[in-house]
Design a protein. Structure first.
Ligand SMILES: [Zn+2]
Length: 416
């Protein structure tokens, strides 16, 4: 049985060259006495855009772990997979993020709904949930509505789970159920009965990714009502603790936050809530390591800077195509993007300061940052020209990658 630690961090890595630099951040956390399990994640969408294979991520993770003599558990996440593509990830992954968001809202068969209502009807009334001030009120209608909405998704998750279990064997992998890519955030009552349905379906989920309130745009800070987020996050933790007891879900079931990189304004509330509930967390990031590569190239000056400018020029040229797959998770004001001519005249600091996520820096440009975030396809197309530049500037890039993950993410989330 492999178990994921209390705190885990999804690191991704578009071009699979920063595994060691990423792992260094976990070693820095370990020096502070905090264990953070690294999880290399890459979605089918990313593989398709870059032209990599799941086996590449496994090779990267194994070699980083070996090179640094890392002795703790680590995982390779088949991120956002469905029955259609799970087989591609079977050999290389031991963490599976079952994405069933597309099935939410597909009406469930009447007999499934009624049997669910029969099974969980005992929760109708006022439920006292430790950690939530007001009792949570549940009507039979609530249960019926939620069942109708979520049962097809949870049944689909069950199908994918059993398919993986048949190949890999029970207990040999971590299962995440993700519903983050839906329109509406789940309410506490919905969360409770989603967990009930997951338990009834027999899925031993270790992490669950709900949709939180507010916007989780790629590579930039949280946009939304922080106080409302904090309230919902605390409620979710309370519901999970309750559901573990009530429905017999795995004791280490925890929340998973997707698109979690750079959401600096909610890290403090998250840190506080985790301590209050003595809870674990998985936080997924992926894209910002690639941005640190570009910052490192720009900061190195010379050829690296020229290449970083080339990436921007091409990204601006192909903006429609690059933004299309990510249109619901970016907010780019095109009028605020610098022209190619402006960027051509930039020095190393101009470029690095515009891109680096430092909100106190006047030169920081979140529009440019989001465009480059989704612009990795440009670098992928450059092939060895880009990869060789990364290798040539390995040291400066590695410093940026480690610092970004440790100082800006792990430290405020789990250590401060
Ligand atoms: Zn996600």
């Amino acid at each position: 049985m492999i178990e994921i630690g209390r705190y885990s961090f999804g690191i991704g890595d578009r071009f699979a060259l920063q595994g060691k630099a990423q792992l260094q951040a976990m070693l820095k956390a370990a020096q502070k006495g905090v264990e953070v399990t690294p999880v290399w994640n890459k979605s089918h969408r990313e593989h398709t855009i870059i032209g990599t294979k799941p086996a590449d991520v496994r090779a990267e993770a194994d070699s980083a772990v070996k090179a640094l003599g890392f002795k703790k558990a680590y995982f390779v996440d088949a991120d956002h997979i469905s029955l259609k593509n799970v087989d591609l990830f079977m050999d290389s992954s031991d963490f599976f993020t079952l994405d069933v968001a597309d099935y939410i809202g597909k009406a469930a068969p009447e007999e499934d709904i009624e049997s669910f209502v029969g099974k969980f009807g005992k929760y109708v009334g006022q439920i006292e949930i430790p950690g939530i001030d007001e009792p949570v009120s549940v009507t039979e209608d609530d249960i019926r509505t939620i069942a109708k909405k979520v049962l097809p998704a949870v049944k689909e998750a069950g199908k994918i789970y059993r398919h993986i279990e048949k190949v890999k064997g029970r207990g040999n992998f971590v299962t995440e159920v993700s519903m983050d890519e839906t329109e509406q955030p789940q309410t506490p009552v919905e969360m409770l009965f989603i967990l009930a349905a997951i338990a009834a379906e027999g899925i031993p989920a270790r992490t669950i990714a709900p949709k939180f309130t507010g916007r989780f745009n790629k590579g930039v800070d949280y946009v939304g009502d922080v106080a409302q987020f904090e309230k919902e996050f605390n409620q979710d933790l309370a519901i999970i603790a309750f559901a573990i007891e009530e429905f017999g879900l795995p004791g280490n079931l925890k929340l998973s936050v997707h698109s979690g990189s750079d959401k600096f304004s909610i890290y403090k509330p998250i840190n506080k809530a985790l301590k209050k509930f003595d809870a674990g967390l998985h936080l997924k990031t992926a894209g910002t390591t690639w941005l640190e590569e570009i910052i490192g190239l720009a900061a190195s000056g010379g050829k690296g800077l020229e290449l970083a400018k080339e990436v921007y020029a091409k990204a601006l040229d192909k903006i429609d195509e690059l933004c299309e797959p990510y249109k619901t998770v970016i907010d780019i004001d095109r009028k605020k993007l610098p022209s190619i001519e402006t960027v051509r005249n930039w020095g190393p600091d101009d470029y690095a300061n515009a891109l680096r996520h430092d909100q106190s820096c006047k030169a920081y440009n979140p529009h440019l940052r989001q465009l480059l975030h989704v612009g990795y396809k440009i670098a992928a197309k450059m092939g060895n020209i880009y990869l060789d530049a990364l290798r040539e500037n390995e040291k400066i890039i590695a410093e940026h990658v480690t610092k970004n993950i440790y100082d800006r993410h792990i430290k405020p989330l789990f250590i401060d």
